[in-house]
Design a protein around this ligand. Structure first.
Ligand code: UFG
Length: 322
């Protein structure tokens, strides 16, 4: 089976490419390198530099390679940026994905795994969050991903098309071999920013708000190791191969940590003291996101392995090398 990994030079996509190769899948990468890195993709993997906003680029890939399934990682994914530049998010996440789906239909490629997000829930009514809970995003990023989930549902009813949407909670950590990891420019994510402070690259960590309705006032998130996310994708691919029609799964650990707790865990793992500064809230941040991941366990047989210390440990090795 040949899998097209769209966004395979990015953070999660590049880990996925390695996971697919380990399982002996033929793999092709398509990426515009806007946030990805060519060197994250192994030399032996066919790499096409192209843009989903340019339909002939996509058509070329399907013309030149016989594709059986698509994993779609390419997206803009920074919550605060999605609030200040919503059109970028609708263009890169919605329009671009529709182009991809249209070309898939033209080529009768019927298996799709979509990188969705916990941001589709917005401010949840229940914790842990279940897949059937209300989706009411508080930011444009979450709304753009929810639009695609709705489109997938519509097209799967109309055409021969099966999909699994995976709602990631907070992806973090790095490949254990230390060759690839999280690398954004600018870096906005919590764990890499704390680690950059630990290394002295940043003088202090800004904590965006300590007046949330949580025990210590800082936001609570559910961190999931990127390798565990990739494992879930392999199981989702197998489910589609075995004839599964459509589904949506949360991918999280089920445990929530506040921003301050994550800072303390980094201090323990690295042995470095982190200087923090409390600043005002960031636009679009929900107070608490913790996954109920029972469905992925029950239906895909997925179970996350890495705890927060292990996630931070692999991210620290990567941060010190990069
Ligand atoms: N935070 C800080 N200081 C920083 C960076 C982050 O206090 O320097 C706080 C944020 O305000 C937030 C928490 O840490 O409360 C986590 O922020 P991240 O930017 O690391 O992650 P988000 O929760 O905003 O978003 C991430 C992904 C999204 C995904 C979401 C799902 O980037 O793609 O998790 O939970 F939708």
């Amino acid at each position: 089976m040949r899998v097209l990994v769209v966004g395979g030079a990015g953070y999660i996509g590049s880990h996925m490419v390695r996971a697919l190769l380990e399982e002996k899948y033929d793999t092709v990468v398509f990426d515009n390198l806007s946030t990805g890195y060519r060197e994250f993709v192994p030399e032996r993997v066919p790499f096409i530099r192209g843009d989903l906003r340019n339909v002939p680029d996509i058509q070329g890939v399907f013309r030149d390679h016989s594709i059986d399934a698509v994993m779609h990682f390419a997206a803009s994914s920074i919550v605060p940026e999605s609030m200040s530049d919503p059109l970028k998010y609708y263009h890169n996440n919605v329009l671009a994905c529709i182009n991809l789906l249209k070309v898939m239909m033209e080529n009768k490629v019927a298996k799709f795994i979509f990188s969705s997000t916990a941001a589709v829930y917005g401010e949840p009514e229940n914790i842990p969050i279940k897949e059937e809970d209300k989706t009411c995003p508080t930011n444009t990023y979450g709304r753009s991903k929810l639009m695609i989930e709705n489109i997938l549902s519509d097209i799967s009813r109309a055409y021969d098309f099966s999909y699994i949407a995976l709602r990631y909670f907070n992806a973090a950590g790095a490949h254990p071999a230390g060759e690839i990891g999280e690398k954004h420019n600018p870096e906005t994510h919590l764990i890499p920013n704390i680690l950059k402070t630990a290394r002295g690259e940043k003088s202090e960590l800004m904590i965006f708000g300590d007046d949330y309705p949580t025990p210590d006032g800082t936001c609570i998130r559910d961190f999931i190791h990127v390798q565990d996310l990739c494992h879930a994708h392999l199981l989702a691919l197998k489910a589609l191969k075995d004839g599964k029609k459509n589904d949506i799964f949360n991918l999280g650990s089920g445990s929530g940590y506040s921003v301050k707790e994550v800072v303390r865990t980094v201090e323990e793992v690295t042995g470095k003291k982190i200087k923090v500064k409390i600043v005002p809230r960031r636009a679009g941040d929900p107070a608490k996101l913790v996954a109920g991941a029972e469905m992925a366990k029950k239906i895909l047989g997925w179970k996350p392995n890495a705890n927060l210390e292990e996630i931070i440990g692999t991210a620290w090795v990567w941060e010190c090398k990069s």
